[in-house]
Ligand binder design. Structure first.
Ligand code: GLA
Length: 331
């Protein structure tokens, strides 16, 4: 590190930590945090980690980006962070039920923890309120998905009795259940027949697991020519759309609406021929990454514990407006 950057960093942190002696001490050491995500190759998580790094460059702390795709990987990521002298980490866990084990390891090292996106669940099956969390307002965003699908069915003049819904579910993950429940309720309220909703439980939250879950369900319901598709995220909706394509259903037969608004959706909207992927409710992954990293930094340097639970909102993005929404949300 050059003299100038050291100087700027110290000046910056000293300014921010003004007030308490303990805080000033912490700020003078180099602050280092980890940012661990369950799917490091997914655009959503790449964006979060980049935004956290950027926040660190601006505020004067460093961010170690790590992947943790299962419990074992997460625990070794924490060991690794400890040996690098990190004071805490932000994490989107690969399985929310790992919460107690992850906290156990973090507490051994005296590290502070903030969860992002997927909130830890304790051994009692309830959210671990003691760990500060930032994530989507899942149910509301799910309702936006349901409303967007209903509006598009109306625009196409579809008779809901003749439409099948592919609901790709992941009930182990509470935020996923909230999202698909929100979408289902909005659709039922609009008048979609409950009997036409078919579940495809996915094992994971990515495109390939959604594709595998969706294929047999579509194959079993060959009598339906029109499908709507929803899931916890756009990667999974894309898996469903790809599965419908396998059975010869085209863009005019399918309405899929996802959640996230990241690279996966942009790639789909950029294709010259539209697909059944109609839209996605975009949430700012940039804000998720930035806010959680900054909250953790302030907690470490100023002793200010982040809010217990922060919920973020979303905006519908379709082929028609995706570039504007993208710019608006800083994605
Ligand atoms: C879950 C999903 C991600 C993303 C985040 C956003 O972790 O798996 O794709 O939607 O939630 O909160």
């Amino acid at each position: 590190m050059t003299f100038t950057t050291t100087f700027t960093r110290l000046a910056l942190s000293a300014g921010l930590a003004l007030g308490t002696v303990g805080a000033a001490q912490a700020a003078e050491e180099d602050v280092k945090i980890g940012f661990i995500v369950k799917k490091p190759e997914q655009a959503w998580f790449i964006n979060e980690q980049e935004a956290a790094t950027q926040a660190g460059e601006e505020l004067g702390f460093s961010v170690v980006r790590l992947g943790g795709e299962d419990g074992q990987e997460v625990l070794s990521a924490i060991d690794n962070l400890n040996s690098q002298g990190a004071q805490g980490f932000v994490i989107c866990p690969p399985d929310v039920r790992l919460g107690p084990a992850i906290m156990n390891r973090a507490n051994q090292y005296g590290m502070k923890v903030v969860t992002v996106d997927d909130r830890f669940v304790g051994s009692d099956g309830e959210p671990m309120e003691e760990v500060p969390h930032l994530g989507m307002s899942g149910y509301k965003i799910g309702q936006q998905v349901g409303e967007a699908i209903a509006a598009e069915m109306e625009a196409r003049g579809w008779d809901p009795q003749e439409v099948a819904a592919l609901r790709i579910t992941n009930y182990e993950l509470p935020t996923a259940k909230e999202r698909t429940d929100g979408a289902t309720d909005a659709l039922l309220e609009w008048g979609f027949p409950e009997d036409n909703i078919f579940d495809a439980p996915q094992q994971n939250t990515d495109t390939s697991s959604a594709f595998s879950a969706a294929s047999p369900v579509i194959s079993q319901r060959g009598e339906f020519e029109h499908w709507i598709i929803y899931a916890l995220n756009e990667e999974s909706v894309l898996g469903g759309v790809r599965a419908t394509e396998q059975y010869g259903l085209g863009a005019e037969d399918v309405i899929g609406v996802g959640i996230n608004g990241s690279g996966a959706a942009f790639a789909e909207f950029s294709r010259s021929n539209p697909t059944g992927f109609h839209g996605t409710v975009a949430v700012s992954s940039t804000q998720h990454g930035r806010q959680t990293a900054e909250d953790l930094y302030r907690w470490i340097t100023e002793g200010e514990e982040p809010p217990a639970n922060t919920e973020t909102s979303g905006t519908l993005m379709t082929r028609d407006n995706w570039q504007e929404v993208r710019a608006e949300l800083g994605l």
